[in-house]
Design a binder for this molecule. Structure first.
Ligand code: ZN
Length: 149
């Protein structure tokens, strides 16, 4: 198990130091901002949705390592997916973090499983879910700032 934790840590550090899709998406047609006042994490999420498919994703912002890695992993996992699938990933991720006693949906989560350990740190949960709530808001077209409060 400790080897697995080490691997998870490496993946998280990698996403934190080299966040994927960390850019403004000029032609985004769904955007939302997220803010976690408990930690000071800020994120702007940009989605390009074509029909029912999220064809491109970008994010910008500043925050702690968990929020940044989580946002980076989010962009990777939803890019190219249908809106419906992105919502399933959101649900699986949210369950993983908030109901750690439930069995994980590995097929849906894939690399996101690396963040499962966050469930043991209540103060970091909002850091991990911020990008995901922001994604939901963007897909729902609520273009105002989301807070985790
Ligand atoms: Zn944070």
């Amino acid at each position: 198990m400790s080897d697995l934790n080490e691997l998870y840590q490496e993946i998280l550090l990698d996403h934190n130091s080299k966040p994927r899709n960390f850019r403004l998406l000029e032609d985004a047609n769904r955007t939302a901002d997220g803010f976690n006042p408990l930690c000071g994490d800020k994120i702007a999420l940009y989605l390009k949705v074509d029909g029912d498919v999220i064809t491109d994703v970008g994010f910008q912002g500043s925050g702690c390592a968990i929020s940044r890695a989580s946002a980076s992993m989010l962009t990777q996992s939803i890019k190219g997916q249908s809106v419906e699938r992105a919502d399933q990933i959101f649900q699986a991720f949210h369950r993983m973090i908030t109901e750690p006693e439930e069995e994980l949906d590995y097929d849906t989560l894939e690399d996101l499983e690396c963040l499962a350990g966050v469930a043991s740190f209540p103060t970091r949960i909002k850091c991990a879910v911020l990008a995901w709530h922001t994604m939901r808001a963007a897909l729902d077209q609520h273009n105002d700032t989301v807070t985790t409060e």
